[in-house]
Design a protein around this ligand. Structure first.
Ligand code: 4FV
Length: 242
């Protein structure tokens, strides 16, 4: 059964920000290979005034500015229509501190939905947020990535995309690593080590000493060696053919 490519549509004033996940690294490669796709819709492209206004002061006063409904509703509508054209249903997720905390289980639930033919529209606020009427009329779910306030929802949207795309078949070198990762088994991941640096240094000096000063090498080998030293010595012997 062909695995359906998952599709995200982001409503954002800053489409270039999303290149961090769509054009770089593991998620970028997966996007280029068609495992997932991203389309961006800028509310400024849906304004009907020469100033391309997309914000206004909060009704009843208060600090900062809010994103006004009309450009947002039009951009959401365009994203939903595009997903419908692609044969997908749509789920509109608003990234906000008032949302449900994103966790591994939430990522996996959303992955199931998307592999089952649901597109996700990621609504990214800026300023103090968006007019609540847009939330009431167009948002299916509010999601938060943490109890702090960002300058915009874009980073949160990319966190969600990255966490989900890593769980898609064929994205990570070997799907095993997705399973081994933290949380997949409900546990934190075990510590991982690359070979410690001093390992390299010892190996290099052993090989050089053996080559240039077999006397010193013999003396060193005659000492009480640790497990690690014995292992490194064996490697040096093996690699330089003894
Ligand atoms: C946020 C969060 C977040 C709030 C106002 C965007 C900002 C601005 N989104 N998890 N924490 N959003 O701080 O998701 O519009």
């Amino acid at each position: 059964m062909a695995v359906r490519a998952v599709r995200f549509d982001a409503v954002t004033l800053f489409p270039p920000m999303f290149e961090a996940v769509s054009a770089l690294g593991v998620s970028g490669r997966a996007c280029e290979s068609g495992i997932w796709s991203l389309h961006c819709w800028n509310p400024r492209d849906f304004t009907d005034n020469p100033y391309r206004t997309i914000d206004d002061r909060p009704y009843g006063g208060g600090p900062g500015m809010l994103m006004i409904p009309a450009p947002l509703q039009a951009a959401i509508g365009a994203a939903r229509a595009a997903q419908d054209d692609a044969g997908l249903t749509s789920r509109v997720i608003y990234l906000s501190p008032q949302g449900k905390s994103l966790d591994h289980a939430g990522v996996m639930r959303l992955r199931e939905r998307m592999q089952g033919g649901q597109g996700v529209v990621l609504l990214c606020g800026r300023y103090e947020g968006i007019d609540e009427r847009v939330v009431e009329r167009h948002v299916d779910e509010e999601v938060s990535i943490g109890d702090y306030v960002l300058s915009g929802g874009e980073l949160a949207a990319m966190v969600l995309i990255d966490a989900l795309v890593r769980q898609l078949p064929g994205v990570l070198g070997h799907d095993a690593s997705a399973v081994e990762e933290s949380y997949a088994a409900g546990l934190l991941d075990c510590p991982h080590y690359t070979r410690p640096e001093e390992y390299w240094r010892l190996k290099q000096s052993l090989a050089r000493t053996r080559a240039r000063r077999p006397d010193l090498f013999a003396a060193w080998c005659g000492r009480k060696l640790s497990q690690e030293e014995q292992r490194i010595l064996a490697e040096v012997m093996a690699e330089s053919g003894s």
